[in-house]
Design a protein around this ligand. Structure first.
Ligand SMILES: Cc1cc2nc3c(=O)[nH]c(=O)nc-3n(C[C@H](O)[C@H](O)[C@H](O)COP(=O)(O)O)c2cc1C
Length: 353
């Protein structure tokens, strides 16, 4: 029988976090703690994903999920990308490297889907778009539940029509990339509560809330607002099992404003404001994954030099509340806080209004 989010011992999901923070050790630790661990397949080859899946299985017998980037829809404007590349030359020189080739690719989508059909996991979740009904059917046939990340009621109805089992409701507070199906469409940036309530009203699918949830009280709030579970990213980035880089750990732990930018990848994503973002945001075109590939060597060099001003510090709006502790301990604390928050509000039920 396929996995249902209501089967979890704890209504907590580890957010998939491509580009470093997601590791098999983190996924296994979270699943072993009674929540749902996740791997991020983004930017990885199908072979690397297969190895990661095996590593999680070596560390845990519990269910876990794998997240895929849906196929990018449209190519960016080549001339705009060329001009943006010119404006980034100084960054390459500053960090003693070259810009990357701004190529278009689909992140090996078909190969990863084929791997998941042959080697099924409990949940496959998607971001940046919706799998086709045939793709959803193929995963269902393999016994895998399909979750689609959505940012609006319109995206939710497309996902429902494709056969999704659950929706990850992504509020604009979220760390990392916005999940919007079409990054260019001028969609409203809904906050998590506004989105959750509309989805709870309009669609019958299980909802997983994500964006800015940092503690048990916020998990309790999202459950009260109609979610079956809460998906947390920034809250687990300081766990020792996470692959978060050292300069990003330092930046995350301090209060600092975040904002949405296309400067690093060509797609809107939220990170802690830094020099690179301030200097390049205005010139950055809508061109994902071309800009992602263009800036990859510069970001890697800045990260290796420990310069937090020169690479993407993805983080949600609540990042300063992240705690530094083993993942199992964080999950346990989150569950205890959620119970406490729900119990503390029980007095309201007895009140004579
Ligand atoms: C570093 C980082 C990488 C992320 N990568 C992915 C990803 O590969 N796929 C995805 O669906 N979401 C990704 N996200 C979004 C998270 O899954 C999650 O929705 C988000 O972290 C929730 O917001 P929070 O950080 O405030 O908890 C990423 C977030 C961060 C912070």
């Amino acid at each position: 029988m396929s996995f249902a989010v209501e089967d979890l011992s704890l209504p907590i999901v580890l957010a998939p976090m491509a580009g470093g923070p997601s590791t098999p050790a983190l996924a296994a630790a979270v699943s072993n703690a009674g929540a749902l661990g996740f791997l991020a397949a983004g930017y990885k080859s199908a072979d690397a994903l297969r190895d990661d899946i095996e590593s999680v299985r070596a560390g845990s017998q519990e269910p876990f999920g794998v997240n895929l980037f849906a196929r990018p829809h449209r190519r960016g404007d080549a001339e705009q990308v060329r001009r943006y590349a010119q404006s980034l030359q100084g960054e390459a020189e500053r960090y003693g490297t070259q810009l990357g080739e701004p190529r278009y690719d689909d992140d090996a989508y078909d190969a990863k889907l084929a791997l998941l059909r042959e080697n099924p996991v409990a949940v496959a979740s998607f971001t940046f778009g919706c799998p086709s009904a045939e793709e959803v059917h193929g995963l269902h046939a393999a016994g895998t539940s399909v979750w689609v990340t959505v940012t609006s009621v319109e995206e939710a109805s497309l996902a429902q029509r494709a056969g999704a089992d659950a929706l990850v409701a992504q509020g604009m507070e979220v760390g990392g990339h916005r999940a919007c199906f079409d990054d260019r469409a001028p969609a409203e940036n809904l906050g998590l509560l506004a989105l959750l309530r509309q989805l709870a009203h309009d669609c019958g699918l299980a909802l997983i809330a994500t964006g800015g949830i940092m503690d048990g009280a916020a998990i309790a709030a999202s459950l009260c607002a109609g979610a079956a579970a809460a998906q947390l990213g920034s809250a687990l980035m300081l766990a020792p099992e996470a692959g978060t880089s050292a300069p990003q750990r330092t930046a995350l732990a301090r209060p600092a404003p975040t904002r949405l930018t296309r400067a690093f990848s060509g797609r809107l994503a939220r990170g802690i404001e830094n020099r690179f973002m301030r200097e390049h945001d205005a010139a950055a075109p809508h061109a994902y994954p071309e800009v992602h590939h263009l800036t990859t060597p510069v970001r890697a060099a800045a990260r290796a030099a420990g310069d937090a001003q020169g690479f993407n510090l993805w983080a949600g709006q609540g990042h300063a509340l992240a705690r530094s502790a083993p993942a199992a301990q964080i999950v346990k604390q989150l569950a205890a806080e959620a119970r406490e928050a729900l119990t503390a509000r029980r007095a309201f039920i007895d009140r004579d209004l």
